[in-house]
Design a protein around this ligand. Sequence first.
Ligand SMILES: NC(=O)c1ccc[n+]([C@@H]2O[C@H](COP(=O)([O-])OP(=O)(O)OC[C@H]3O[C@@H](n4cnc5c(N)ncnc54)[C@H](OP(=O)(O)O)[C@@H]3O)[C@@H](O)[C@H]2O)c1
Length: 330
Amino acid sequence: MICIKLPHTDFEVSEIAFGAWAIVGGFNWGPQDEKDSIDALRTAYEEGINFFDTAEMYGSGASENLIHKALGEVRNKIIIATKLKPADYAYADVKKATEERLKALSTDRLDLLQLHWPNPEIPVEETMRALSELKQEGKIRAYGVSNFGKQQLQEATKYADEISSNQLPYNLLWRAIEYEVLPECKQDNIPILCYSPIMQGLLTGKFADAGSVPDDRARTRHFSSERPQARHSEEGCEDLTFETIDKIRKIAEEYGKPMAEISIAWLLSQPAVGSVIVGGRNGEQVRKNVKALDCKLDDDVLQKLNEATQPLKEKLGNRADLWEGKSRIQ
Ligand SMILES: NC(=O)c1ccc[n+]([C@@H]2O[C@H](COP(=O)([O-])OP(=O)(O)OC[C@H]3O[C@@H](n4cnc5c(N)ncnc54)[C@H](OP(=O)(O)O)[C@@H]3O)[C@@H](O)[C@H]2O)c1
């Protein structure tokens, strides 16, 4: 496993990270057996992953608790990235919520503390001041942002010159960040941590059509606003999405690799990408996903994948918010 050093840190993270959202089940994911969650986390570690992404918002601390339960014994060998929720961005709340995250993870320091989504209601200057102090005090080793667009990054970097990462939605079916956010991250030397890299399972080819995708995963702007949990008012582009999946499937078949591997490997070839955060609900999925590391895509395949996904990229446009029509990522 190749590891990269995030800027303004004294640690290295694996280029595939484990995403610890789905392992709490519930919202977006449905029922989940804790044994499988523990198995997923320990398998990730055994397969060479040292980077674990979690958040308070994943089960109100349940995901953080699980990381401690599964990997507490190897705490010093792993890098834990957690996130504060936007309601906690006022100066005093940042400090208080950080203490709560330390407790939830049963640890004495956070490796990477991220702001989960921008919050236009609270001046970013105030939030960044609190994060910088926490870093100086040694409570956190580094801080990063998540879902910050070009303008939001430009504003944040006025007040913080040690932003170590920006976590963003990025995959073959969601290339919106390529228009503005990715070039900004590249210019600012802020690595991208890609989330939903296999589009919550769509890029494994497990769903035959839009109707087979469970409603909670069909909240994204690929799907019609008539889906019950949609938070946008767009018509969606379900036919184009599934035509694109078919094209990717054919390219993967020609290459002799599963679609999920090809999809993760494509991300690892993109500029400004620091690590790819893949979710897995059990050890078996994790083992399959890390195989992407053996999949070195040549320029010809990368080109074919770019061409196959370009019409969907153009249809969805440059608004980088997966779920809401009025993008929160600005
Ligand atoms: N910063 C943010 O706002 C934000 C937002 C979203 C996610 N994230 C982070 O990014 C991580 C990853 O994103 P994600 O969980 O949304 O999506 P993802 O990684 O694209 O998809 C993960 C899901 O795909 C299915 N899956 C995984 N491997 C599979 C395999 N080999 N074969 C078949 N199915 C497989 C599993 O669900 P099923 O088995 O149920 O199909 C799994 O939960 C999250 O865990 C979280 O840490 C951050």
